[in-house]
Design a protein around this ligand. Structure first.
Ligand code: ADP
Length: 490
């Protein structure tokens, strides 16, 4: 049986899809984290640059404060501080140059550097000599020039700081939108995963749990003794195979149980019948003896009546013998029996003894088995006699001996009779089942018992071309020494 989908495939598909979904969700989360990391790095850089810019603005204000103090006090007491402030301004300008990678502010920084250097030089060379000389007009003009330079530096610094602050703001907004969209994806993928997991659970329940439940229920019903339990699954997977095997098993169990019950029944009836037969056999022999004696002395109508009594007594004796055969334990010796010769012998004897029987019988093939020759002769006699009787005048019987599977010896007995009726097929081998007016219904029952004691069996079926086929199987065949095509015609 080929599977359209197997349970393994289903599980692989379901968990594979779930894995892909979760991998997609994880990938998008990692991507968002990495983007966020980059944006946060940018914010840190902008903030650091902003701090340096603000520090530079403070340093420039310090520089101006010391210049103003020098002008107000009219001495050099603040010159040292002024130099320190100038040095800090230069340091911070250098730092800004090194740091300003985030924005293109090189022109502004260069302008700030030049202006602050020019401011320091202007103070030293123009304003300080005027202060020390007490030339108020020159001092005033120099101070005005310094204020202009400080103003222009502050404007440049403000522009850089504003640019950086707006970039920080933009980056923060970008980080917010990354976080929001990551959250959206996370919710969406988790929702999808949840929906998919629910659908997968329903699918697996329908395709795995439901068939398992049906199998479990079937096994329970079987355990409760319902032999007609069958499991119907409309799938084409391992469970359908399991259900088919379960159904085959219950059918076999049903058959075995029916056969066992029938055998037990037959054994009980057989034991009872054998007991009765044993008791009847002796008085019957005595009665038959007397009838034969009286027949010799009688004449006319009375003799005819005695003949009927004798005939019926003989028939009863056959029944009794059949019953005793059925109950008698069979000694299965390990003597080699030549089945080909035995079939030929039986065919000849039966053909000679029967009137109104088939006019032709062929025996084909050879074979040997170990067993009880006398018992096997009885089996072949019963079956061949039935076949000859069923075929009737003008009919034919073929006995074919061949080797079956597992080295069994198989004997097919085919006849040209009417075949087996439905009732016969169901009741074949049942003691006392007969459709013949003067039959005992014990021939096949005895044959079956003999064959089963040899480890063999007998089966019957109707042939397609008409007539019945009885098949006897016996274990452990050995090929015959003679010509396999040997043929006897009676
Ligand atoms: P009996 O021959 O005394 O009836 P058997 O046990 O030998 O007893 O046979 C039982 C019944 O099986 C027969 O009465 C007959 O109905 C059926 N039967 C046996 N062999 C054949 C056959 N070759 N073709 C048709 N029916 C058969």
């Amino acid at each position: 049986m080929t599977f359209r989908t197997t349970t393994t495939n289903r599980l692989l598909i379901v968990f594979g899809l779930l894995f892909l979904l979760m991998s997609g969700a994880s990938f998008s989360a990692f991507k968002a984290l990495s983007d966020m990391h980059k944006v946060l790095n940018r914010i840190v850089t902008y903030n650091r640059e902003l701090r340096t810019t603000l520090a530079l603005a403070t340093a420039i204000r310090d520089q101006y404060a010391h210049e103003a103090h020098t002008i107000i006090l009219g001495n050099t007491s603040h010159l040292g501080y002024h130099d320190e402030a100038c040095a800090r301004v230069i340091d911070l300008v250098m730092k800004m140059k090194a740091e300003h990678a985030g924005i293109d502010a090189s022109e502004r920084i260069a302008a700030i550097e030049n202006t602050s250097k020019a401011q320091a030089a202007w103070f030293r060379e123009q304003v300080l000599p005027a202060v020390l000389e007490g030339d108020k007009d020159r001092v005033q003009a120099g101070h005005n020039r310094i204020l202009e330079m400080v103003g222009s530096t502050q404007i440049e610094l403000d522009a850089v700081a504003t640019d950086l602050a707006s970039r920080v703001h933009d980056a923060e907004q970008e980080a917010d939108s990354i976080a929001a969209s990551a959250l959206q994806w996370l919710f969406l993928s988790h929702g999808l995963a949840l929906g998919f997991a629910l659908a997968a659970a329903l699918y697996l329940r329908r395709s795995i749990a439901t068939p398992l439940e049906a199998l479990g229920k079937g096994a329970q019903q079987l355990a409760e003794g319902n032999m007609d339990t069958r499991i119907e699954l409309d799938t084409k997977d391992e469970f359908a195979v399991l259900a088919a095997q379960f159904n085959a098993m219950t059918r076999a169990l049903e058959r075995h149980q029916a056969r066992w019950v029938r055998q037990e029944k037959l054994a009980a009836v057989g034991r009872l019948a054998a007991g009765v037969a044993h008791e009847i056999n002796n008085p019957l022999g005595v009665m038959l003896g007397y009838v034969r004696l009286m027949k010799e002395q009688a004449g006319g109508k009375f003799r005819e009546d005695l003949e009927v009594v004798e005939e019926e007594a003989v028939r009863t004796q056959h029944i009794v013998e059949g019953l005793l055969d059925l109950a008698r334990p069979i000694d299965v010796s390990d003597k080699q029996v030549d089945i080909g010769s035995l079939c030929n012998e039986v065919a000849e004897r039966v053909a000679g003894a029967l009137a109104d029987a088939a006019s032709r019988i062929d025996v084909l093939g050879q074979g040997r088995v170990s067993g009880n020759e006398q018992a096997l002769r009885q089996v072949l006699t019963n079956v061949i006699k039935n076949a000859m009787e069923a075929s009737g005048p003008g009919g034919s019987v073929t006995v074919r001996i061949e080797r079956g599977d597992a080295d069994d010896l198989v004997i097919h007995i085919d006849d040209s009779g009417p075949g087996l009726s439905e009732e016969s097929q169901g009741r074949l081998g049942e003691p006392f089942f007969t459709t013949k007016p003067r039959g005992t219904g014990l021939g096949l029952a005895v044959s079956r018992a003999i064959l089963e004691s040899h480890g063999g069996r007998i089966d019957a079926e109707n042939r397609l071309g008409g007539g019945a086929r009885f098949t006897i199987s016996l274990p452990g065949s050995a090929p015959g020494d003679d010509d396999p095509d040997s043929r006897t015609r009676a």
